[in-house]
Design a protein around this ligand. Structure first.
Ligand code: F0G
Length: 450
C-alpha cells in the first residue's frame, strides 16, 4: 500500500476553537501583532512549536500514574536513568525542567567571558544563554545550506573546514565546547549525517575540546540517516541514535520534543568532575538530582516517550507527514526550505515576499496574515528572532507530534495557497517596543501602510 496512515487511533479529543476574521483582527491589535501574545484558545491550528505540544500515548499516561514523587531516590528517576543511559551511553544523566535549564547549567559550568562556542546553528535560547554568559555563539552551517532551494540530503551539517579555521584563529583554549544541533532547527529542520557527526567529533578530540549534541530531535535525525545515508539502511533508528551519542562527550536534551513529554529535559555527560559541578548547580536552582525540577510522573512520561519515539512505524509516518505539508505547498509555488525537514516546514518568506525588506520582518508579516486569514499560528525565524545573525527570513510551521490529522494539514495547505495567491498585498511591520533579550517573545508591532 502506498498510503501512509497515522500509526495510532484517538482515544481522547480536545475541541478546536473557531473564530471569525474580524475577531482575529481585534486579537491581533490587542496582541501588538505578536502571535506569542494571543491566548491559545483563539488559535485554530497551532503550529507555533513542536515543543511540549505532543499527544502522549496511553502508555505514557499509565506511566504517569506510576510516578513516584519521593524527593530523593525516586524509582521513576532510576527508570529514566536506565532508559537514557542505554540509549545514549553517557555516564551521568541529569534531569532538568526543560532544555534551556540544561543549557544554562552546562554553560554556567563551562563558559567564560570572551570564549567562543561553535555549532552548525544555535537555536534561540541556546544562543541567548551563551551570550548571557558573555561568550560568543558562532554558527557554522554547511555551504550547501545557503541555497534554500537545493534538494540535498544533509543540509543540517556543520562546515568542518570552517570549524578547523575557527579553532586555528581563536585557539582551542578559547573554545570550551563544540555543539551540534540535531536536527538543525534554525536551519530548516534539516538533518546532520553520521559522517558529519563523526568528523566534528574527530576535530573536537584532536583539539581536546568537549563535543556536545543538542539532541532535541535525535530520533528524527536518526530516521533521516536510516533513509538517506549509505550503510545505514539495515540499522534501526535506535542503533543509529546509539552510534550518534557514542561520538559525543555529552548532550543537552529537551524532552518536550523527541520524548513526547509536555515538560522536561536532560543534561548528560561523561566527565565525572564536570558532572559533579553540574549537579551542585542543579541542586541550587532545579532540585535534587533524582528529580531536577520535574515531578516523578514527568520522569516516567519521558522514560516511556524515549522508547516510543524510536518506533520505525512512528518515524516513517512523522517524516512523511511533514513532507506532505511541504510538498503540497512547494509544488504549488510557495518557496520552502528544501527538502522538507523533520519537525517543521519553513517557508522562505524572504523569497516569497521580496517586496518586504528584512527590517520590516517578512516572516512576521506572513505569520500575521496566516493567522488573520485562517487562525493558524506559526513563528518567524529570521531577523526578528536572531537580529543580524539571521541568515534567512523564514516562517516555521512546526508540527506537534501525533496531534493533527491529515485533514487539519489539508486546511493549512489551502490557507497558505490562498495567502500566496495575493502575496503582493502583504505589508511589513515595525517594532514599537522590544525587550533586551529574545525580543520575538514579547515585542510589539505596528503594521506599515501601503
Ligand atoms: N535546542 C533546540 C534545538 C531547540 O529547538 C530548543 C527549543 C531548545 C534547545 C530549548 O529547549 O524549550 O525545552 O528549553 N525549541 C522550541 C522550538 C522552543 O519551538 O523550537 P526547551
Amino acid at each position: 500500500m502506498k498510503s501512509i496512515i497515522e500509526p495510532f487511533r484517538i482515544k481522547s479529543v480536545e475541541p478546536l476553537h473557531h473564530t471569525t476574521a474580524d475577531q482575529r483582527q481585534a486579537f491581533l491589535e490587542q496582541a501588538g501583532y505578536n502571535l506569542f501574545l494571543i491566548e491559545a484558545d483563539r488559535i485554530l491550528i497551532d503550529l507555533l512549536t513542536d515543543s511540549g505540544t505532543s499527544a502522549m500515548s496511553t502508555a505514557q499516561w499509565a506511566a504517569i500514574m506510576r510516578g513516584d514523587e519521593s524527593y530523593a531516590g525516586s524509582p521513576s528517576f532510576y527508570r529514566l536513568e536506565r532508559v537514557a543511559r542505554e540509549l545514549t551511553g553517557f555516564r551521568h544523566i541529569i534531569p532538568a525542567h526543560q532544555g534551556r535549564a540544561a543549557e544554562r547549567i552546562l554553560f554556567s559550568v563551562l563558559c567564560r567571558k570572551g570564549q567562543v562556542i561553535p555549532s552548525n546553528a544555535h537555536f534561540d535560547t541556546t544562543r541567548a544563554n551563551i551570550e548571557f554568559h558573555g561568550a560568543r555563539a558562532v554558527d557554522l552551517p554547511s555551504p550547501e545550506a545557503a541555497d534554500t532551494q537545493a534538494r540535498l540530503p544533509f543540509k543540517g551539517n556543520m562546515d568542518v573546514p570552517a570549524l578547523r579555521q575557527l579553532i586555528a584563529r581563536e585557539g582551542a583554549g578559547r573554545i570550551p565546547l563544540i555543539m551540534l544541533t540535531i536536527t538543525n532547527n534554525s536551519g530548516g529542520g534539516q538533518p546532520v549525517s553520521m559522517a558529519n557527526i563523526r568528523e566534528v567529533s574527530e576535530v573536537a578530540r584532536q583539539n581536546g575540546i568537549p563535543f556536545y549534541l543538542d539532541a532535541c530531535r535525535f530520533a528524527e535525525n536518526a530516521w533521516f540517516i536510516h533513509r538517506q545515508e549509505p550503510g545505514y539502511e539495515q540499522r534501526t533508528p535506535k542503533q543509529i541514535a546509539q552510534e550518534m551519542f557514542s561520538l559525543a562527550d555529552g548532550c543537552t536534551f529537551s524532552a518536550k520534543k523527541d520524548a513526547f513529554a509536555n515538560i522536561g529535559g536532560l543534561l548528560c555527560a561523561n566527565d565525572d568532575r564536570l558532572a559533579q559541578q553540574e549537579i551542585n548547580l542543579l541542586i541550587l536552582t532545579e532540585g535534587f538530582p533524582t528529580y531536577g525540577g520535574l515531578a516523578g510522573r514527568d520522569l516516567e512520561a519521558i522514560a516511556t516517550g524515549l522508547q516510543e519515539v524510536l518506533d520505525p512505524d512512528y518515524l516513517r509516518y512523522r517524516i512523511a507527514s511533514t513532507a506532505y505539508l511541504g510538498r503540497h505547498i512547494a509544488d504549488q509555488g510557495v518557496p520552502i526550505v528544501e527538502p522538507p525537514g523533520g519537525h517543521a516546514i519553513y517557508i522562505d518568506a524572504g523569497r516569497m515576499l521580496p517586496h518586504i525588506p528584512k527590517e520590516q520582518f517578512p516572516g512576521q508579516a506572513l505569520a500575521v496574515e496566516l493567522y488573520r486569514h485562517a487562525g493558524i499560528r506559526s513563528v518567524e525565524i529570521g531577523t526578528l528572532m536572531f537580529g543580524p545573525a539571521a541568515r534567512f527570513e523564514l516562517l516555521r510551521l512546526a508540527i506537534p507530534r501525533r496531534v493533527y490529522t491529515q485533514s487539519h494539514i489539508d486546511y493549512v495547505v489551502e490557507a497558505i495557497l490562498e495567502v500566496n495567491a495575493r502575496k503582493e498585498q502583504l505589508r511589513g511591520l515595525k517594532i514599537t517596543w522590544e525587550p533586551p533579550f529574545l525580543r520575538h517573545f514579547s515585542a510589539r508591532f505596528e503594521p506599515l501602510g501601503r
